[in-house]
Design a binder for this molecule. Structure first.
Ligand code: HEM
Length: 479
């Protein structure tokens, strides 16, 4: 039994304790001062531009408020230039270097994005899951999702029909709709059908989490970028967007963990009975199969699918719908193609491949209404020399201009929207499998370019095609 006396210090103990406390406090003060000085040195240093590369703008607000306008002005330089962004100096590299940088072993995708996305902040774990967990998400998308596209087509079609019925109802009357919010709902539901399966894809709570987490986390990141580096660690606790990101992440954990546990048990039971894993057609099953002993935060991983899938897929589908509203004359030929192809093949992989005009239309939307003014954000692990002699310094971050898409040197009549532009290119001998919506290229880097080009592009292409095709066949719309 512990007696009271065992808690009483002797005078000697007391002095010893005071000394050791004083020592500890001194060490602590030294450590904190060193940290603060180191941090100030780092912040001061990161304010300085890199030597030897022209500076276009040292005012981070200019980039934050009118990045596109700023980059346009940067074209006056014959080669690279640098701008101060919300997080650090970025070296902007002309589009002509995309090819030579695309698989460069010394340029890191993960390091560049981790630095810009505050992955160590609570609530932003899903970004960490994409960027730091040893390419886990990339493997799940490349090896499992893309190879299961045939298997999930029927589910996507069924979910699209149900989603449209729930959103638009059965009435034949005209309705006024806000495209962007409808599209976010559609994409959240279709993506959830594939990533979570029937268990949760129609659960309103999950749909709110997946959409709201995506938007509040991106907002949180851009808010953090606009703050001074020294204040970020404190201000994140008072920011509404950061607080919401933390809250939705917590809610996702509560909602998803039981589903994950159930699916894990099922997948493990199937594999111990020797059944093939190809029967799995949702991302929880794929993640369990790809984990191979790795410690996976499944809620964060699910939200990282939402981040990757919902934001840019919704923007892309919104662009396509805006184009249909701006150019109603393209609706008829697209509708005819969808009808003809489906009557021949039904909803098969072949049908999606044969919707060549729709595919070309989507690529032309991506070209003309480009979402990304720059692409290929990369961190230089060592100095990287470009073919024109310019050296990208070690420790710097670069991004490549995505402006060839608007250049008449690359696309005849580049400023004209030509729905059949890429379908015609595919008719040239040997090019029938090129110029697809899902093909990354240096003159159209909406998917990025090189070894990190978006692995979700085949899924995104099918998902948007199905959603557009059903909308074209079942609904009329006008601006
Ligand atoms: C229209 C929709 C989409 C667009 C426009 C898009 C675009 C991009 C871009 C520009 C990149 C960076 C590539 C680079 O820097 O070279 C990227 C990376 C990535 N995307 Fe997508 N994406 C879309 C949909 C998706 C979907 C649906 C998924 C998942 C199912 C996904 C998963 C990823 C992943 C995991 C990466 C990181 C690749 C890596 O680390 O190598 N994306 N995406």
């Amino acid at each position: 039994m512990t007696t009271y006396s065992s808690y009483v210090f002797t005078t000697m103990d007391y002095h010893g304790l005071l000394h050791s406390l004083a020592d500890n406090w001194t060490s602590l003060a030294v450590a904190i001062t060193t940290l603060i000085l180191g941090w100030l040195f780092y912040v001061q240093r990161s304010k300085r531009p890199y030597a030897g590369i022209p500076v276009l703008s040292a005012d981070r607000n200019e980039y934050l408020q009118d990045g596109r306008g700023l980059l346009e002005r940067g074209k006056q330089y014959p080669s690279c230039f640098q701008v101060q962004t919300g997080t650090n100096w970025k070296i902007v590299v002309p589009n002509r270097f995309a090819q030579e940088l695309k698989n460069h072993p010394d340029l890191s995708f993960n390091d560049a994005h981790a630095r810009d996305s505050f992955t160590s902040y609570p609530g932003l774990q899903p970004f960490r899951e994409i960027l730091e967990n040893d390419t886990f998400i990339q493997e799940v998308v490349r090896k499992k999702l893309t190879q299961s596209l045939g298997l999930i087509t029927a589910g996507l079609v069924e979910e699209t029909l149900l989603t449209y019925r729930d959103l638009f109802g059965e009435s034949k009357e005209w309705q006024t709709r806000v495209i962007k919010t409808d599209v976010q709902d559609i994409i959240a539901r279709l993506s959830s059908r594939v990533f979570l399966g029937l268990d949760l894809c129609r659960n309103q709570e999950w749909l709110n989490i997946t959409k709201n987490y995506t938007y509040s986390s991106f907002e949180a990141i851009s808010e953090l970028r606009s703050l001074h580096a020294l204040t970020r660690p404190f201000m994140q606790w008072f920011s509404k967007n950061c607080t919401q990101a933390r809250l939705y992440y917590k809610k996702a954990q509560v909602l998803i963990q039981p589903v994950v546990d159930r699916r894990r048990a099922q997948v493990q039971a199937e594999s111990s009975e020797g059944e093939g894993s190809s029967k799995t057609s949702d991302a929880i099953g794929w993640m369990v199969e790809c984990a191979r002993g790795r410690n996976i935060d499944y809620a964060a991983a699910q939200l990282s699918f939402s981040l990757a899938a919902i934001h840019l897929s919704s923007e892309t589908m919104t662009m396509c719908l805006l184009q249909l509203c701006d150019m109603p004359e393209v609706i008829k030929p697209l509708r005819e193609e969808c009808r003809a192809v489906l009557s021949e093949h039904g909803w098969t992989k072949q049908a999606l491949q044969d919707m060549k005009l729709l595919d070309s239309f989507m690529r032309e939307c991506q070209r003309t209404r480009d979402l990304l003014a720059t692409s290929m954000l990369r961190f230089a692990k060592v100095p990287v020399k470009l073919s024109d002699g310019i050296v990208i310094p070690r420790g710097s971050t670069l991004m490549v201009m995505n402006d060839w898409a608007h250049s008449s040197d690359h696309f005849p009549n580049a400023d004209k929207f030509d729905m059949g532009r890429f379908a015609k290119l595919r008719e040239r001998p040997g090019e029938q499998n090129q110029h697809l919506f899902s093909t990354p290229s240096a003159d159209q880097m909406g998917w990025g370019f090189g070894e990190h080009a978006c692995p979700g592009r085949f899924f995104a292409s099918n998902e948007i095609k199905i959603a557009l095709c059903i909308l074209l066949l079942e609904y009329d719309f006008e601006p």
